[in-house]
Design a protein around this ligand. Structure first.
Ligand code: MN
Length: 195
């Protein structure tokens, strides 16, 4: 079987970046993580544990709790599971150089149905339509990942579902900037401040 993390490792020099190179199962059931990443372009990385890796999307504006917002989500390479706990500075000249914090993290439930049954999430993503219920500190309730377009033009959208956790006024990416692990912000981390 092809190593799903080959792309991840190819881009990174082990020993030069503090990022994990492993991939231990989390043991707490499928998890999601949202990492704020102040790289060349400031963005949020949305990741879902699927079949032993973290499926990943870069979300330039970050997730929204407003069901009317459709947030662009660009697929990126699969990441190892232990990346879900990574925060720190990726050094200059390394791939993705800049500050990373764990902006939100928790378990999730796959709630994608097909023919009246839960569809495996890998299949749902392959088909371009997946529903998850997040149990994070900041993000809760249903979210849709929807692929639009074909081939090289394909894009994904991350959209809050109505109901639990939806709130058109909350704007957590700007009003709740602290890491759920350390309380630090990307700016504080970048400035080298201790929590
Ligand atoms: Mn990133």
């Amino acid at each position: 079987m092809a190593d799903p993390l080959k792309d991840y490792r190819r881009r990174r020099a082990g020993g030069k970046t503090p990022e994990p190179m492993g991939g231990q199962p989390s043991g707490e059931g499928p998890i999601f993580v949202v990492q704020e990443h102040k790289a060349t372009s400031h963005h949020f990385d949305f990741r879902l544990e699927v079949d032993g890796v973290l499926k990943s999307w870069a979300v330039p504006k970050g997730p929204s709790t407003d069901p009317r917002d459709k947030r662009l989500a660009m697929p990126t390479e699969d990441h190892p599971l232990d990346y879900a706990d990574f925060e720190g500075m990726i050094p200059e000249h390394s791939y993705g150089a800049g500050a990373v914090i764990v902006w939100d993290r928790g378990r999730y439930d796959n709630i994608t149905e097909k023919d009246g049954e839960i569809q495996p999430l890998a299949d749902a993503l392959e088909a371009g339509h997946a529903l998850v219920r997040l149990h994070g500190r900041k993000l809760r309730g249903g979210f849709v990942l929807q692929r639009v377009g074909q081939g090289d033009d394909a894009r994904w959208l991350l959209i809050k579902m109505k109901g639990e956790g939806s709130d058109a006024r909350r704007r957590p990416v700007s009003t709740e900037p602290e890491s759920v692990l350390s309380g630090r912000t990307v700016d504080a981390l970048e400035a080298g401040e201790e929590s």
